[in-house]
Design a protein around this ligand. Sequence first.
Ligand SMILES: Cc1ncc(COP(=O)(O)O)c(C=O)c1O
Length: 330
Amino acid sequence: MSEIPESFPRVELGHWPTPLERCDRLSEELGGPRIWIKRDDCTGLAAGGNKTRKLEYLLGRAVAEGHRTVVTYGAVQSNHARQTAAACARLGLRCELLLTRSVPRSDELYETSGNVLLDELLGARVRIVDDADQIARALEEIGPAYQIPPGGSDEIGALGYVRAAAELAEQAARLSVRFDRIVVAASTAGTAAGLCVGAALAGLEARLEAIAVYEPADRTRERIEELVAATSRLLGADPPAGGREVHGDWLGPGYGIPTEEMVEAVRLLARTEGIVLDPVYTGKAAAGLLGLIRSGRLSGDENVLFWHTGGLPGLFVHPDVFTGRGVRSA
Ligand SMILES: Cc1ncc(COP(=O)(O)O)c(C=O)c1O
């Protein structure tokens, strides 16, 4: 893909291109636009997800610089941490995960199942750290390492989504579809920022509707803008002006806290399309998709792409929310 020079090292970790599918039953159910889904839950790396694309560039750099150990950060049920653990296993790197209790849950299911179970299965060392002192102590113990920021969201990680936009442009051209909108979850913002920069470079005209799932809209917007600028600078391109909006209406009481709209969206996608979302990211982003359609902000004659970013293991630590049985979530 010509937009990213070969001078940025990359390791191949996923199955590309990920599928692009129509959601006709969902469109019919909503009486709304033609809805498509980009299946980055099917990237092929240990239950898949958006971090596979970022890690191709982040770990490409780590390997090129000769690192043997990788450290990264996240919430206890971080999908990014799990994907990093899998990628490190595949590349023979030592993986150290520093996880923080950023969701009001500390029950046994939450801290031992879902992504945490996979982190350990994949051979990563998991440490739960609750403050800066504990992080400093852990880093001292670990020694020299390649540091990946939370969510893999720096301008190197965002290159994965610059590349993803080029992948989508090729698929859209093959199908003769012009996408009007892309709806995607945004937390540390590398996905949304990479897509903005990549869409402009690939000539995609779709507007990006980023649904904030971690911090309120204003802070999420700042993160996206900072990363759009840094990623454009890295590529020697002009930062794209406009073409993006951040919505804060579906975050609910906070990061990782279930909302009714999220539960409805997860159920609807499951029952109309057989597609499984997650409670923290894609479920809230899909709640945003439904809300934008029902309020008429996405009109019936548009082609709307929902970008599935993965997160399946996180579903299994919320049995109460989806079945009415099991642990309480707070
Ligand atoms: C499943 C899933 N979707 C979406 C996101 C958000 O991506 P980003 O951090 O690039 O905004 C994440 C990670 O934070 C994630 O794990």
